[in-house]
Design a protein around this ligand. Structure first.
Ligand code: ATP
Ligand code: MG
Length: 389
């Protein structure tokens, strides 16, 4: 843990350590029993009749980041995210929100947590069929005891924010799937929660609407800097939305890192197989391919790219210029990238910069408190001049 004066700014929104959720008879004994805890899922079920849906998981969700939990069906994603607000009671481990122990909360405190601080957006929107869009959105405020006029006013604002202005009086049945999901999103947003929890909210939507909704999330994140925990089994969605991704398998987090770390430095063969078909040049940044400038001349001329430009963007800049590009950060030349190094990244010869790590390491090995990278907005291309790509 950092001892610097700015520690307060880095208090994670959620801090999870050694978390277990075991379903089945005498589930409590599993986490503390090294022999049982080490069994694979099938053996554990055969020996004890139990399923360890979440196994010894630890991570921090930092303020303002989109933290993605990804994994195949049954890997434990929903169980994990429901444990955060104790919609499912954890079997062992610790959970804190803003430093407050969630497992020690009484009923009233938990209710307040779910209503005000951590709002959930579900896959099946759970809308009230006989209420209008506006009333569905205002419902969260109603159970908070907010007065009628104020809640309608606030609900109308949020309805407009998610792009549903004009549809306030419709019933859910009169909406498309994407519109319904926007109502679900608005309902979570209206209580102005510190963190939004999404459990595969878009998986029932068709691809185009899904992309719209992903862009909505990116926009909300960019404009409001809201902290989000986003579950998906879709790798493309994870890479698009996540500042960091926790990749789960059989209840464990097998790797936790930025999209670039996961794609560039898979922690094991499972992750490698998972990310094999990802177009690396669209995820990896020029930092991966950068080398020091060979001369003052090289540092002072040629096209410029930002350090967070993707390899794909840099390839275009280098191809147009016919020579290396400079990586500029606020006017400072960090290094250069040439076509050879960029192609090495595409070919998988070069890995990501250090930082991706396999999870489940020693206690206290949670990620260092680097600032979230922010969402990777596609950067406009500049071929020459001082404005980096
Ligand atoms: N109430 C329960 N009782 C027993 N086992 C459960 C229970 N809920 C979940 N499980 C098991 O825990 C494991 C993890 O389930 P979970 O729903 O968290 O997976 P998931 O990653 O969200 O999957 P999906 O992508 O299909 O939603 C699965 O093996 C599941 O069968
Ligand atoms: Mg699930």
């Amino acid at each position: 843990m950092s001892t610097t004066a700015d520690t307060a700014d880095h208090t994670p929104v959620f801090s999870v350590d050694g978390l277990w959720k075991v379903f089945g008879p005498k589930a409590d004994r599993i986490p503390g029993d090294p022999e049982l805890a080490a069994l694979g899922p099938a053996e554990l079920r055969a020996r004890t009749g139990c399923t360890a849906a979440v196994r010894d998981v630890g991570f921090d969700v930092r303020k303002g980041e989109v933290f993605v939990v990804m994994g195949l069906s049954g890997s434990g994603k929903s169980t994990l995210v429901r444990c955060l607000t104790r919609l499912i009671e954890p079997t062992a481990g610790s959970i804190a929100i803003d430093g407050e122990d969630v497992r020690a909360m009484d009923k009233a405190r938990l209710r307040a947590l779910r209503r005000h601080r951590a709002a959930m957006v579900f896959q099946h929107f759970g809308l009230l069929p006989h209420r209008s869009v506006l009333d569905n959105v205002a419902y969260g405020l109603q159970i908070q005891g907010v007065g009628r006029d104020e809640r309608r006013e606030r609900a109308a604002e949020v309805v407009a924010k998610v792009g549903l202005a004009g549809l306030e009086q419709r019933r859910p049945a009169q909406l498309s799937g994407g519109q319904r999901q926007r109502v679900g999103l608005a309902r979570a947003l209206v209580v102005d929660p510190e963190v939004l929890l999404f459990d595969e909210p878009f998986s029932a939507l068709d691809p185009l609407i899904r992309r719209d909704m992903q862009e909505e999330v990116v926009r909300l994140h960019r404009e409001e800097g809201r902290t989000m925990v986003f579950i998906t089994h879709d790798l493309g969605e994870a890479l698009k939305l996540g500042d960091r991704i926790a990749l789960m398998r059989d209840g464990r987090v097998v790797q936790l890192g930025t999209p670039e770390e996961i794609v560039g430095s898979p922690a094991d063969d499972y992750v490698r197989a998972f990310v094999r078909d990802v177009p690396r040049e669209q995820v990896m940044t020029v930092r991966t391919a950068m080398r020091p400038a060979a001369s003052a001349e090289e540092a002072g001329s040629g096209p410029a790219v930002r350090p967070d430009a993707t390899v794909s963007e840099a390839i275009e800049a280098v191809a147009r210029a016919g020579g290396p590009a400079r990586v500029l950060d606020g006017g400072r030349c960090l290094g250069v990238v040439d076509s050879e190094a960029l192609l090495d990244v595409v070919a998988g010869v070069t890995g990501a910069p250090a930082g991706g790590r396999a999870a489940g390491g020693a206690p206290g090995s949670k990620d260092p408190g680097a600032a979230p990278a922010g969402l990777r907005a596609p950067a406009a291309l500049a071929t020459t001049g001082e404005e980096p790509v």
